[in-house]
Design a protein around this ligand. Structure first.
Ligand SMILES: CC(C)(COP(=O)(O)OP(=O)(O)OC[C@H]1O[C@@H](n2cnc3c(N)ncnc32)[C@H](O)[C@@H]1OP(=O)(O)O)[C@@H](O)C(=O)NCCC(=O)NCCS
Length: 160
């Protein structure tokens, strides 16, 4: 949904409370998921609901979403997705920032994630958001390529 102020609207769903129709939406993304630098299937992503939070863009035909897990002092982003036709409009960045600011865990000290070394678009977005590479994980993915582990500290932490 694009509101009157032109900004997308997001909603946060806790683990085990993801909207049922999101499962069907994930299935429609199967071809797009296959073409990209990651190895989640729709079923893998849906299974994350038993332990992960979901940030979902509201009332869009092809909603963008972000899945992350909260640990004691860190949150880990598992997956962020913006519909192909809507990329490079700031939506990914807005959604990441929104998630960081709406997380209620006041103990959170950092956000972490892993990204395929050759996923240059995602890498550029994370860097633009202040994430820094912590280490390289060799042969991490099924194609033999490495993952970069990234971390952002002290940004968007819950207001305490
Ligand atoms: C990665 C992804 C979420 C980015 O979403 P987006 O809405 O297009 O990103 P934004 O428009 O917010 O981009 C923010 C900044 O990131 C950088 N960036 C994003 N995509 C980029 C690309 N393809 N090439 C270079 N820089 C890119 C730019 O610095 C950009 O700012 P700018 O447009 O002002 O130059 C989107 O491309 C996507 O869904 N990809 C497929 C799924 C994926 O790979 N997820 C990450 C793995 S977990």
């Amino acid at each position: 949904m694009i509101s009157s102020d032109g900004m997308p609207r997001f909603e946060l769903y806790g683990f085990d409370f993801w909207p049922a129709d999101f499962q069907g939406y994930l299935q429609t993304l199967a071809p797009a998921l296959k073409q990209s630098h990651f190895y989640w299937t729709p079923d893998d992503l849906w299974a994350l609901q038993s332990r992960s939070a979901l940030v979902l863009e509201l009332a869009s035909d092809s909603p963008s979403f972000l899945i992350y897990q909260d640990y004691e002092a860190a949150a880990e982003v598992f997956f962020v997705f913006v519909s192909p036709l809507r990329r490079r409009n700031g939506l990914g960045r807005q959604m990441m920032t929104w998630a960081q600011h709406h997380n209620a865990n006041s103990h959170l000290k950092s956000w972490t994630l892993q990204v395929h070394e050759q996923n240059l678009g995602a890498l550029a977005m994370y860097e633009a958001l202040g994430y820094q590479v912590q280490r390289r994980l060799d042969r991490y993915y099924r194609d033999g390529q490495a993952a970069l582990e990234m971390e952002a500290r002290g940004i968007g932490l819950a207001k305490s």
